[in-house]
Design a protein around this ligand. Structure first.
Ligand code: BGC
Length: 751
């Protein structure tokens, strides 16, 4: 929140904190008289045994976390040296402390509040989502969770699963795109990875925190059916897949009620419909009441000093004593926190300082950048570059030393420290710093081809850049757009005159390859004039190496867009790009409803610049023989099978995508993603692939019965390479017999 205006205070050496932490988190043994430490019991049973042991003050203590980046005169208790959220343990009962750090793209250390505490900086959330590879998301989560644990943290504030409804959204880079199924599965896998390290992960920000401008004030307005089928679906899938210990409620209001005191979100949907068992923590500064929040389902107030008062401190104690909040509800709040702590292993496997395998983690960050970069254009097979094929000019975006990272609370201090920090001014959030990760594309490209001359111009002088471009055989022009938590970008055009620079350079040398380091979609008025475009997002601390290897074909581009790129801002829904100030403080109507992103374009017969699911490779893939059938192993499930063939000349990885159009889906947007498969094939190789259609994609919310239904009727299942490039289709007729789908008729047709 205010996150960006937090005071940054130097702290003592990290080591001192870690040593103190080690002492305070010594492994909880099964102590006689402490039956809740018995690992053989379920997490529920252990929490149920422990709650009655707590005094009222201890319970109140557990339901609010402190923000510990405080004045030196008021130092935080021993811990990993500046937690963004901290709850002191209760040693008399063996309850460990909670040490929280942000962690969506690695263990964050925004504004260097923990002196020089570095962590592996992963590529952005959109980059990870572009891999369409849940195993990779799991590995990234396990990496970040492992680092958190070794640094002494046991809660990572990760799992950002808000949908990108408006690409101006300042946190688009943290999220996983516009599709609920892709986002839910990818973020769910990340959460599972984090929690595999005995570190609790959140899923956040619940819900509809899809934009930053006005996030503390605005009320997101959407009809319930659309909400259930879009943003809530993404959360539901992420929670089912990842089973996060905590869910973080958002700053904004939903339907006029603050998300952290919203009974519809917290009681009806999260607990009622989804049977969620973990705890709900607030975002930092998102609490506005005591009784209403506690009764609505908030279990823990976070970073307490951010709220106007510590609502879940003395006021909650009084409310419990007065009976305004029943003791049973307080017990439930505490029980949920303890249950998640038991379930994730915080009692049995406490976080402890240990050495980190930095090299292995950097290699993983590089792998994410390699799989997550998306090749958008490659005219006349300009790429991959061939060694020894003439001099290269590198232009722009500090590509001599660094790659860009996104800003805000998720900002990681990369290993080796930032290559560059640029102090900005005049933003709605004050004077944030733009951080560049220390990975030099120039150095990596020189390593790829030491036989040619590779020169650099920073792009600030267009004439100099054009002169360099003319002398070179090939130009690689790096362009960037910085995004941050706290405010939305005012425009999707590249800032600082970069469009003009690209146009001028491309006019001088048509063999111009543009590498984009952007938080989300940008406009490309120069697209027709350049030879190639690689969207590298914020590529993390090995981004330079990944980009060089992709451009030289050492690794095949395999990323696919998790978000549509518009041709112009006019193509976006009406609520896009609301500005800071009064427009952002009232209701924001998400009138596109469930038709987020590609479904919006399809409903309006509009052609985006690049569609969801799009991404080129250095080879070609053909599809044949699509069949859709009832699963042989699970009669409730529907499977599609098809053949993918690499019909080009290079080994490559395809992401074959299945989209389904439901019988009555027209009014809510047309087709939706129902499954996909990444498959790597050698030239000429073909593979028969089977994909189970995600049952979530086959259901619609029935507002009358308040239940999900799989409608009977004719479904179209289309196989393609993006939301627009649909190559084969099959129709199936589904009738329900005792609730189980039965395929009445199957008919394949090619298009
Ligand atoms: C962000 C959360 C973050 C929290 C703690 C808030 O400003 O919205 O995503 O976890 O700060 O840093």
């Amino acid at each position: 929140m205010l996150a960006l205006s937090r005071r940054i205070l130097a702290r003592g050496a990290i080591l001192a904190g870690l040593i103190a932490l080690a002492a305070s988190t010594a492994r909880a043994e099964h102590t006689p008289g402490f039956p809740w430490l018995d690992k053989n019991l379920s997490a529920d049973a252990r929490a149920a045994l422990l709650v009655p042991q707590l005094t009222l003050d201890e319970k109140i203590h557990l339901v609010h976390s402190q923000f510990t980046q405080r004045d030196p005169e008021d130092p935080p208790p021993a811990g990993p040296n500046d937690d963004v959220g901290y709850v002191r343990g209760i040693p008399r009962l063996g309850i460990p402390p909670l040490h929280m750090a942000d962690g969506n793209v690695g263990v964050a250390n925004p504004w260097n509040a923990r002196d020089n505490d570095e962590a592996t900086a992963l590529p952005s959330g959109l980059a990870l989502a572009s891999s369409w590879d849940p195993d990779l998301a799991f590995a990234a989560g396990a990496m970040a969770g492992g680092e958190a644990r070794r640094k002494g943290f046991n809660v990572l504030l990760a799992g950002s699963v808000n949908l990108v409804r408006d690409p101006h959204g300042g946190r688009s880079f943290e999220y996983a795109g516009e599709d609920p199924i892709l986002s839910g599965i990818m973020v769910g896998a990340l959460i599972r990875g984090i929690q595999s390290q005995h570190v609790i992960s959140t899923a956040k920000h619940f819900a509809l925190n899809d934009r930053e401008n006005g996030r503390f004030l605005l009320s997101a307005e959407i009809d319930e059916k659309s909400f259930r089928e879009s943003d809530l679906r993404a959360f539901q899938i992420a929670i089912e897949t990842g089973d996060p210990g905590a869910v973080m409620c958002a700053y904004n209001k939903v339907g006029g009620v603050y998300a952290c005191e919203n009974p519809f979100l917290l009681q009806k949907v999260l607990r009622g419909n989804w049977n969620y068992r973990g705890w709900v923590m607030s975002d930092w500064g998102a609490v506005h009441s005591t009784v209403a929040s506690a009764i609505a389902g908030l279990d823990q107030e976070s970073g307490d000093k951010y709220d106007e008062e510590v609502y879940f401190g003395a006021p909650l104690k009084k409310a419990v004593e007065d009976g305004a909040v029943p003791m049973a509800r307080l017990d439930e709040m505490v029980g949920r926190i303890l249950r998640s702590m038991f379930a994730a292993g915080l009692f049995d496997e406490p976080a402890a300082p240990a050495a980190i395998d930095w090299e292995a983690h950097a290699a993983l960050a590089q792998k994410v950048a390699e799989q997550g970069s998306v090749l958008l254009k490659n005219a006349r097979r300009l790429l991959p570059l061939q060694r020894g094929d003439g001099d290269i000019a590198i232009i722009g975006a500090h590509a001599d030393i660094a790659v860009l990272a996104g800003g805000g609370s998720s900002q990681v201090r990369p290993v080796g420290g930032p290559a560059l920090t640029v102090q900005l001014g005049g933003t709605p959030m004050g004077s944030p710093k733009m951080v560049w990760d220390p990975s030099s594309p120039l150095a990596a490209l020189r390593k790829e081809d030491p036989t040619v001359e590779i020169r650099y111009a920073d792009g600030s002088d267009t004439a100099a850049a054009v002169a360099l471009a003319k002398e070179a055989r090939t130009v690689i022009l790096f362009a960037h757009q910085w995004m941050s938590e706290g405010w939305d970008v005012p425009s999707l055009s590249l800032p600082d005159n970069q469009d003009a620079l690209i146009a001028a350079v491309a006019a001088a040398n048509p063999r111009t390859i543009v590498v984009l380091e952007t938080g989300g979609p940008v406009l490309m008025p120069w697209l027709d004039r350049v030879g190639a475009v690689l969207e590298a997002w914020y590529p993390g601390q090995r981004g330079g190496d990944a980009i060089a290897r992709l451009l030289f074909g050492r690794v095949a581009p395999s990323g696919r867009l998790p978000v549509s790129f518009p041709q112009s801002e006019a193509q976006l829904p009406d609520h896009a790009a609301i500005s800071f100030g009064s427009a952002a403080s009232g209701p924001v109507h998400y009138s596109e409803g469930t038709a987020v992103g590609y479904r919006w374009y399809e409903m309006r017969n509009a052609r985006p610049l690049f569609p969801f699911g799009f991404g080129l490779s250095y080879t070609r893939f053909d599809y044949s023989d699509l069949r859709v059938m009832r699963s042989t192993t699970n009669p409730m499930a529907i499977e599609a099978s098809f053949t993918v063939r690499n019909s080009g000349g290079e080994t490559g990885t395809d992401v074959a995508q299945l989209y389904v159009t439901l019988p009555e889906d027209r009014p809510n947007g047309v087709r939706k993603l129902a499954g996909w498969k990444r498959v790597t094939l050698r030239p000429g190789e073909a593979k028969r692939i089977k994909v189970a259609l995600d049952p979530h994609a086959l259901q619609l919310w029935n507002s009358a019965t308040e239940a999900w239904e799989m409608p009977s009727g004719s479904y179209q299942v289309a196989l393609g390479a993006s939301a627009r490039d649909q190559r084969l289709a099959a129709r199936i007729k589904i009738e329900l017999h005792d609730g189980a789908p039965a395929i009445a008729r199957e008919q394949a047709d090619s298009r």
